[in-house]
Ligand binder design. Structure first.
Ligand code: PGA
Length: 259
């Protein structure tokens, strides 16, 4: 059985003090679930080391929101996987739609970043998802399948098995709109089928697939009742510890129900 993940993407929010404070609260609200579900919070690079220190020993992991694929050297302004690891990061989001749209990040870079993270022993959370125009043009499956194929180019099966994919329809991020559980499941299942096509059954069965896009305490349960959804990548609602705590509880609940 795949271990579920509840990941919070804090985006470009909060300074050092507020991040440490939120980390403490997340520990209070979710700590007891850390045994049954992987809990990850992704603060800004600046706060990552402090948040990691705050959460040490809690079972809650820390992740970055992006990275650069190069080895240490002359890459002004960038942060590579080794540095993230050194600061206490165990996960890293790559290819988030905000980066794809605002920073023109392309599939090629997503692929390079994923490979660099795997090389450093950090779990990449690879984001894919269609825009509203693509959904309306009935192009969702093509777009998402293409993003997955290109993200995994040249990644070995044994490495792919430990990665995480977040299906985040662009139109659902930060908008309050979210995919119905059935729609989200259809895409997550298609993603798992692509992994099976590229690799094999065991790899497809190991990769964890999250849904993201306006996940809240009151819509998570429906999503978690779906077979191919292994957790959630949560933006806005992860900034409120009590709300995030309820989401983690619902994700963990699925585990104990099935155990
Ligand atoms: P949201 O963001 O939950 O605020 O929609 C999700 C994400 O961008 O990862």
């Amino acid at each position: 059985m795949r271990r579920r993940i509840a990941a919070g993407n804090w985006k470009m929010n909060m300074g050092l003090e507020a991040s440490a404070e939120l980390a403490r609260k997340v520990k209070d609200f979710t700590g007891s679930n850390a045994r049954s579900v992987d809990i990850v919070v992704c603060p800004t690079f600046l706060s990552l080391a402090d948040v990691a220190e705050e959460l040490e020993g809690s079972g809650i992991a820390v992740g970055a929101q992006d990275c650069y694929h190069g080895s240490q050297g002359a890459f002004t302004g960038e942060v590579n996987p080794e540095l993230i690891k050194d600061a206490g990061g165990a996960y890293c989001i790559v290819g988030h739609s905000e980066r794809r749209t605002l920073m023109q990040e392309a599939d090629k870079e997503v692929n390079l970043k994923a490979k660099a993270l795997i090389g450093a022993g950090i779990v990449p959370i690879i984001c894919v998802g269609e825009t509203l125009a693509e959904r309306q043009a009935l192009d969702t499956m093509n777009v998402v399948r293409g993003q997955v194929m290109r993200a995994y180019a040249g990644i070995a099966p044994e490495d792919a098995a430990g990665t995480v994919i977040a299906y985040e329809p662009v139109w659902a991020i930060g908008t309050g709109l979210n995919a119905t559980a059935d729609d989200a499941e259809a895409v997550c299942k298609a993603i798992r089928d692509v992994i099976r096509y590229i690799y094999d059954g065991p790899t497809a069965d190991s990769v964890r697939i999250l849904y993201g896009g306006s996940v809240k305490a009151d819509n998570i349960s429906g999503l978690m009742s779906e077979k191919d959804i292994d957790g959630a990548l949560v933006g806005g609602a992860s900034l409120k510890a009590a709300e995030f705590g309820k989401i983690v509880q619902a994700i963990a609940g699925k585990c104990s129900d099935e155990a």
